[in-house]
Design a protein around this ligand. Structure first.
Ligand SMILES: NC(=O)c1ccc[n+]([C@@H]2O[C@H](COP(=O)([O-])OP(=O)(O)OC[C@H]3O[C@@H](n4cnc5c(N)ncnc54)[C@H](O)[C@@H]3O)[C@@H](O)[C@H]2O)c1
Ligand SMILES: O=C(O)[C@H](O)COP(=O)(O)O
Length: 308
């Protein structure tokens, strides 16, 4: 068994997951590149590989066509928009995720980005580090109306936290669980209504893979000028160019984001804006989440090969 590990944080704080595979006699090959691999690099690594423990690197059709021995992709994380699922299915390649392992880490982080964006915490911090004592007035989170898009694992943890801030929750999910929403006092609404009514929007649904945007200029134009948008989901949900225009024109109040259209690159125009908080796809990487994801990614492989 040959396993390609592309994620750099896998087994970083706990050797057990890596050791479990070594004890089984599996050969482990790592990401020599120490960055998100491009298609060519992935194509060069997947030959004779039986399994991949996959980070954010893209597994395209071309990559899968080179991976003749590949049986399973164990995604170290939950987003699978970086995998050509159709081709994987055609080739009978199993895809698993580390469900519920980074849920709390990302929910905490979404609230952190929300507070930082509303209260300009990153701006005042960087000013003070340059010896500039400058107060910046912001907006409260408590008592606000928050639109939560995607009421799955992370969305639900975010809802729990927002309830502690006495927020009114408007919710949207493509496969909505009405009982859950009723129990949690979440008002289910169509996206358009939420765009108009909410003070804050936070995204917790999968990324779009068809090139369409969930939020583009049309949606941004519907929002209050005091709107704060938080994105710890995927950049493909938002038209970045339209977002930058809206932020420049102060059409909305702020944007806190962990995700970008061309990771690891960041659109340079963001850097000139003081109403954004930028984070390098960092929401999932708490020590606790890394440990849970590392164990689960390996257990998913072991479970799969047990049945073979
Ligand atoms: N920034 C990060 O590091 C980070 C970490 C983990 C997850 N994520 C992103 O967050 C997303 C959510 O993660 P999760 O663990 O909560 O996943 P999940 O599968 O538990 O929840 C996703 C929810 O979105 C809903 N949904 C699916 N398609 C939708 C659509 N078109 N419109 C509205 N809702 C839709 C589903 O019904 C589900 O309830 C992931 O897909 C991933 O892209 C990012
Ligand atoms: O989908 C996820 O779980 C997160 O985006 C974290 O994974 P990544 O940083 O490896 O993309």
């Amino acid at each position: 068994m040959k396993v390609l590990i592309t994620s750099n944080s896998f087994s970083k704080f706990d050797e057990t997951p890596r050791q479990k595979m070594l004890d089984l006699g599996w050969e482990l090959i790592g990401n020599r590149y120490k960055h998100i691999m491009n298609e060519e690099e992935m194509m060069g690594e997947v030959n004779e590989v039986d399994a991949i423990i996959l980070g954010s690197d893209t597994v395209s059709k071309k990559v899968l066509d080179k991976a003749n021995d590949l049986q399973i992709i164990s995604r170290y994380g939950v987003g699978i928009d970086n995998i050509d699922l159709e081709t994987a299915k055609e080739k009978g390649i199993e895809v698993t995720v580390t469900a519920n392992c980074n849920t709390e880490a990302v929910a905490d982080y979404a609230i952190g980005l929300m507070l930082s964006t509303l209260r300009h915490i990153c701006n005042v911090d960087s000013n003070l580090k340059k010896n500039t004592w400058k107060k910046e007035t912001g907006l409260d989170l408590c008592n606000k109306t928050v639109g939560v898009f995607g009421l799955g694992a992370i969305g639900r943890e975010v809802v729990k936290r927002l309830q502690g801030f006495n927020c009114k929750i408007l919710g949207y999910d493509k496969y909505v669980d009405e009982d859950y929403c009723k129990n949690e006092n979440i008002t289910i609404k169509e996206p358009k209504e939420i765009f108009k009514e909410a003070d804050i929007i936070t995204l917790h649904m999968p990324g779009n893979v068809d090139g369409s945007y969930f939020i583009s200029k049309r949606e941004l134009d519907m929002m209050k000028s005091s709107m704060v948008i938080i994105n710890t989901a995927r950049a493909s949900l938002i038209d970045e160019e339209a977002m930058i225009c809206a932020l420049k024109d102060k059409r909305i109040y702020g944007y806190g984001t962990d995700v970008f259209a061309e990771e690891p690159l960041v659109n340079k125009e963001f850097a000139d804006l003081d109403n954004v908080v930028l984070s390098p796809h960092n929401a999932a990487v708490s020590v606790e989440a890394i440990n849970k994801m590392s164990h689960k990614a390996v257990d998913n492989l072991i479970e799969y090969f047990k049945t073979k």
